[in-house]
Design a protein around this ligand. Structure first.
Ligand SMILES: NC(=O)c1ccc[n+]([C@@H]2O[C@H](COP(=O)([O-])OP(=O)(O)OC[C@H]3O[C@@H](n4cnc5c(N)ncnc54)[C@H](OP(=O)(O)O)[C@@H]3O)[C@@H](O)[C@H]2O)c1
Length: 221
């Protein structure tokens, strides 16, 4: 199986690379720093330089993966942005950094993947339960929440455009012990990724366009 992990220098993306390599899969993975690329090579992945917030960098992805076909693609790159609790307006720079990474990034990357998807491929975007509107009771990190609600819309459109060719899902990975989640988070990164790998391997065409918790249960948009 061929796997592509977008945003894999650390955290959840890096753990996907570790686990898929340990399972003997062919892994292509992206990082935006030399240091991150070196870590990926050490794990036996084919490393691709990519900054999803840069139009110029993102435009190179298509030819970097030309001729390859992926059975599973996971878009992990993301930033949290300002850790607000109420309705503090973000600066324009904060807004741009979060939206360009979490929303514009997938909107740039996903179209370039269309020709590189193996028949019946699985395409997952790491969203967050914080983006869900229905069950919301907190306003913490409202810029991040807005970005994840927006990327859910992006994923839904991708699922419609790629229907019949790929199964596209939006994932909440859990509250995970990474730089973003912090040491007090609920889930070890190994467990979150093991859960999502299991869910990905069992996805059927009827799952296309769903918003899933890491354990496979449905999350209300
Ligand atoms: N951890 C949680 O509890 C949690 C919960 C819900 C959802 N998520 C989502 O899961 C995903 C991964 O989170 P994480 O916990 O692994 O975060 P993390 O430990 O902070 O890692 C973030 C990753 O995204 C990459 N990235 C950031 N900006 C990028 C850009 N412009 N281009 C390419 N890569 C970029 C980082 O690369 P650099 O090393 O170059 O910065 C790093 O590899 C994110 O989308 C996050 O929103 C996480």
């Amino acid at each position: 199986m061929n796997v592509l992990v977008i945003g894999a220098s650390r955290g959840i993306g890096l753990e996907f690379v570790r686990q898929y390599r340990a399972a003997g899969e062919g892994v292509w993975a992206t990082a935006r720093s030399e240091e991150g690329l070196a870590v990926l090579r050490t794990l036996g992945a084919s490393a691709i330089a990519l900054d999803v917030a840069s139009a110029e960098s993102a435009s190179r992805l298509g030819w970097q993966i030309e001729g390859l076909h992926f059975d599973t693609v996971i878009v992990c790159a993301g930033v949290f942005g300002p850790r607000t609790s109420g309705l503090q307006p973000p600066s324009e720079a904060e807004f741009d950094a979060v939206m360009h990474t979490n929303v514009l990034g997938p909107m740039r990357v996903i179209p370039q993947l269309a020709d590189a998807l193996a028949p019946g491929a699985k395409l997952a975007v790491l969203s967050s339960r914080m983006g869900a509107l229905g069950a919301r009771t907190s306003t913490s990190g409202w810029l991040y929440r807005a970005s994840k609600a927006a990327v859910n819309s992006v994923l839904k459109d991708a699922s419609i455009a790629l229907a019949g060719r790929a199964v596209c899902v939006s994932f909440h990975p859990g509250w995970v012990q990474t730089d973003m989640g912090g040491t007090g988070a609920e889930l070890p990164v190994q467990d979150s990724v093991a859960d999502m790998r299991r869910v990905l391997s069992g996805l059927a065409s009827t799952d296309n366009g769903r918003f899933l918790n890491h354990d496979g249960s449905t999350i209300d948009w």
